[in-house]
Design a protein around this ligand. Structure first.
Ligand code: SF4
Ligand code: SF4
Length: 399
């Protein structure tokens, strides 16, 4: 397996994610298949295992750790995370961290991240009275955490604020990144921000939740025209590998077959495997084709002149995301990305058309607003949408 330098460590280029492990018919994790996959991964040099407190209804940590228990502790890297919503539950970091250490029985975590850094949970992390970050820094000093970082789907603005406060103790950042989210969810700005701060990036969601490997036939044909002789999966990975600050790509290993395919793509990397500059640009153009969204330059002229100061660029992003993803996912993402719900005041739009007159893209903005309003009208209340994200702990994870 190819490796990448992280300080003095050599990490595998491909990480083993445990967010969607193979299941039994009753929905529980199929531990024997997981064990066989872990053995295969170790044999092939994939020795970075990424888990999280809430994955698989809090069972993934234990299953992965059990599968690893026969290997010498120093032969693998175990990565876990602290769920940002603990402050809602009135639990302190110590309770959760001790529970994780006991469940994993690994003695320490090689990598540990503060999860869910976005508006709401950023407030908890930044509250020095809660002392969350301070607690984990102390665990690092005790050797119970080797490297501390964070994961986020939050806005560049929140990431920046978080790093202003805690950047000196953050060693890595885990973000969702793929060629769709590059512009759809402002990942381009997050990449630039983290790179400028010399924070290495570990990528999750390289396939946009599997969507990029299950393209409709006509889209797959367009993609193979843009980048010939490669599978959609390979193209997604190679596009990510064109970014120097992407250190590791974590794939959620949901089957043995998928693991084998990923191993074959990551074992070797020759000059011919690299995407050319033209192919990289083609992939980004293909993303625009897939999103089929409304273009917006984020100039803000419309908002400045709207009598209700509606945040029209964010509403357009939400519209594009709803069209590409599911309504539910798009709304949850929008809340994290914009630090609030961008559609909150949609009903105030009276269709006066002032924004239309000023938009250099000639977008029919009221039409977009009415359409988003209608889509949201046919959906439960915002609170119900949030319940999917906030009511069920398993779904609260962002990864
Ligand atoms: S049409 Fe709606 S969004 Fe546009 S300026 Fe008027 S009130 Fe604002
Ligand atoms: S005026 Fe048009 S391009 Fe500018 S932010 Fe508004 S919608 Fe986007």
């Amino acid at each position: 397996m190819r490796t990448v330098k992280f300080g003095k460590l050599s990490l595998p280029r491909l990480g083993f994610g445990s967010r969607r492990l193979p299941l039994n018919e009753d929905g529980t994790i199929n531990s024997s298949v997981v064990e066989a996959m872990v053995d295969y991964a170790m044999e092939k040099g994939i020795n970075y295992f990424n888990t999280g407190y809430a994955y698989h209804k809090m069972k993934a940590e234990g299953v992965i750790s059990k599968a690893l228990s026969k290997y010498p502790r120093e032969s693998y890297f175990l990565a876990d995370s602290y769920p940002g919503y603990q402050s809602d539950d009135g639990r302190n970091p110590k309770d959760i961290f001790e529970e994780q250490l006991e469940k994993c029985g690994a003695g320490y975590f090689d990598f540990y991240r503060l999860q869910n850094v976005y508006g709401k949970y950023f407030e908890a992390y930044s509250d020095l009275n809660l002392g969350i970050v301070d607690y984990f820094v102390k665990q690092k000093e005790k050797g119970r955490i080797r490297h501390l970082g964070f994961s986020t789907y939050g806005s560049p603005n929140i990431i920046s604020k978080f790093l202003n406060q805690f950047g000196s103790v953050m060693e890595f950042a885990q973000i969702g990144m793929n060629y769709i989210d590059w512009t759809l969810r402002h990942v381009n700005r997050k990449y630039e921000l983290l790179t400028a701060r010399n924070i290495p990036i570990f990528v999750i969601e390289p396939m946009h939740g599997g969507r990029l490997t299950h393209l409709p036939a006509e889209d797959e044909a367009v993609l193979s025209f843009c980048v010939p002789n490669r599978t959609p999966r390979e193209i997604s990975y190679r596009w990510l590998e064109s970014f120097p600050n992407v250190k590791m790509i974590i794939s959620t290993m949901s089957s043995f077959n998928q693991l084998q395919k990923d191993v074959s793509l990551f074992e070797k990397f020759e000059k011919k495997d690299r995407l050319s500059h033209a192919e990289i640009k083609n992939v980004e153009k293909f993303a625009e084709h897939l999103i089929k969204g409304i273009s917006c330059d984020d100039c803000g002229v419309c908002t400045e002149n709207c009598p209700y100061s509606l945040d029209i660029p964010s509403i357009i992003h939400l519209y594009n995301d709803i069209k590409f993803s599911s309504l539910n996912k798009a709304v949850a993402s929008a809340i994290m990305l914009h630090d609030r719900f961008p559609g909150k005041n949609l009903h105030r739009c009276l269709g006066c058309g002032v924004c239309n007159l000023l938009c250099s893209r000639k977008t029919d903005i009221p039409k977009v607003i009415f359409e988003v309003r209608e889509m949201l009208d046919h959906y439960p209340e915002l609170e119900d949408i949030l319940k999917v994200r906030n009511g069920n702990k398993d779904n609260r994870t962002e990864e």
